[in-house]
Design a protein around this ligand. Structure first.
Ligand SMILES: [Zn+2]
Length: 135
């Protein structure tokens, strides 16, 4: 995951986070072996902002198409002082990651300050599944 951590670090330097001052970078590796990164982009109308994970996934889908499969994804976050911060993917991002892999490995700094590695299934055990919604 070292390469992904470095890419996520580089991505967060370009984040647009004037409101939260919480810079986030994400980088993923596809099953095809390519890597993609993204950063958070905030907006004065808060709900319109976007997460780094979803930006990385959008870049990957743009390059590889809708058959994209994610093998691993790493998130790095820092505040304005440069201090590392905990940054597990939010619920929306977990759902989107799962859309592109049910066995992706997700890395991030946990609330305890230690590096965490989870499977996406463990992070989102009861994911929304459109096919199971029919009566
Ligand atoms: Zn998110």
């Amino acid at each position: 995951m070292t390469e992904l951590i470095e890419l996520a670090e580089a991505a967060l330097r370009n984040s647009h986070a004037p409101y939260s001052r919480f810079r986030v970078g994400a980088a993923l590796r596809s099953q095809a072996g390519h890597v993609y990164s993204g950063c958070n982009v905030e907006c004065a109308s808060y709900p319109l902002g976007g997460c780094a994970e979803r930006a990385a996934i959008a870049a990957a889908v743009l390059a590889e198409g809708p058959s994209l499969r994610i093998t691993e994804l790493h998130v790095v976050a820092r505040d304005d002082s440069g201090t590392l911060r905990s940054a597990a993917p939010c619920g929306a991002c977990r759902q989107l990651i799962l859309e592109f892999s049910s066995d992706a490995v997700i890395g991030f700094l946990g609330h305890d300050g230690k590096a965490q590695r989870w499977s996406i299934r463990d992070l989102l055990p009861a994911a929304f599944n459109l096919e199971s919604q029919s009566a």
